[in-house]
Ligand binder design. Structure first.
Ligand SMILES: NC(=O)c1ccc[n+]([C@@H]2O[C@H](COP(=O)([O-])OP(=O)(O)OC[C@H]3O[C@@H](n4cnc5c(N)ncnc54)[C@H](O)[C@@H]3O)[C@@H](O)[C@H]2O)c1
Length: 326
């Protein structure tokens, strides 16, 4: 049985990856300090003999006994609210955390795949963004702690590949959504749906003309799985090229939820990217991958998930937003 370590395994994406590797017959070890994750995302896996959970901070020395075939480094605060609240931990997990994973990979002779992000492109001057574009990032702006951590993470991973000959893979993930996102993580989709469910108006930051491209989580996981098993060491964009303005997206959520509320406008945060759309030519050519789930279908599944949550989750979300504003 192949063995895989997934850091950030109790998070949104990490938990879906745990499910996928269990389904593929792997022994899965999830490592997480639960700083933004939730144990409930992986609770259903605890009875399985081929699943283990280590409650541990990846930025500290990591040890796993036995063999390891693959390490997937997904531990990192991932939403603007999270990384503005815990900026130093964000920088540490993107630097010390990946250094620990790469060291472990060398000892175990394992292949490493890292979760990078479209944020390495910053506020892009090239559209759509392809992997050869180097980005437009403000290192000292509020988003710098996340964007630069991810850029460093790519650089050190590539250095281990070229200098030590380690097998490495880099996925640049564009906005992904689906069940197990947190209602209070500040990302646009849970924010809109949470507001609709609480009967509040939906907040659009800026004039709403900025664009995003949303990928359903199952499509992303398929792309990551193919990339891990490929022999390609350079970055690959995985995302859905279906681009939409935030205003249009808000209108789609109003229609989906049937809320009587409307869109309201607030000032745009600093360094908010104006456009986001992956060029997925490389993923198509190298992995034979492209997204399959339409936005209508993915949003319906995600909305059903949020609707099934207990009421206190909805109000915890509202409280969290107030807390962050202070
Ligand atoms: N969701 C997206 O749209 C998206 C887009 C681009 C990149 N990514 C990347 O994917 C990864 C997962 O994102 P997500 O959306 O699932 O976020 P998430 O917050 O749900 O998951 C991150 C997980 O990492 C854990 N974690 C954070 N710091 C840790 C540490 N020092 N030690 C151990 N565990 C730690 C958290 O507790 C959480 O469970 C992140 O690296 C993120 O940067 C996500």
């Amino acid at each position: 049985m192949k063995r895989v370590l997934i850091t950030g395994g109790a998070g949104f994406l990490g938990s879906h990856l745990c499910d996928r590797f269990i389904k593929e017959g792997y022994h899965v070890i999830a490592m997480d300090n639960l700083i933004t994750g939730d144990i409930r995302n992986i609770e259903h896996l605890f009875p399985l003999p081929n699943f283990e959970f280590y409650h541990h901070d990846v930025s500290k020395f990591i040890h796993v006994s036995g063999d390891l075939d693959y390490i997937l480094h997904f531990a990192s605060p991932a939403s603007p609210i999270d990384y503005l609240k815990i900026p130093i931990q964000t920088l540490k997990v993107g630097s010390l955390g990946i250094h620990n994973c790469l060291g472990l990979a060398r000892v175990k002779n394992a292949r490493v795949l890292i979760a990078s992000t479209s944020e390495v492109y910053g506020d892009p001057a090239v559209h759509p963004q392809n992997e050869d574009y180097w980005g437009n990032v403000n290192p000292v702006g509020p988003r710098g702690v996340y964007d630069e951590a991810k850029r460093f993470q790519e650089a050190i991973t590539m250095a281990y590949h070229t200098y030590h000959g380690l097998e490495t893979r880099i996925v640049r993930i564009f906005n992904t959504y689906g069940p197990r996102m947190r209602l209070n993580d500040g990302r646009v989709l849970p924010a809109f749906i949470g507001q609709a469910l609480r009967g509040e108006d939906l907040t659009v930051f800026g004039d709403g003309s900025q664009t995003r491209s949303f990928c359903y989580v199952d499509d992303l996981v398929e792309g990551i799985y193919r990339l891990l098993l490929s022999d390609y060491a350079y970055p690959v964009n995985i995302g859905n090229p279906g681009e939409i303005t935030i205003r249009e997206f808000g209108e789609e959520i109003i229609k989906l939820t049937g809320t009587k509320q409307k869109l309201i406008v607030k000032p745009l945060p600093t360094d908010d990217p104006k456009q986001r759309k992956p060029d997925i030519t490389r993923a198509k050519e190298i992995l034979g991958w492209e997204p399959k789930v339409s936005r209508a279908e993915g949003l319906r599944i995600t909305y059903d998930y949020f609707r099934s949550l207990p009421d206190e989750e909805l109000y915890k979300a509202a409280y969290h937003r107030e807390f962050v504003k202070k």
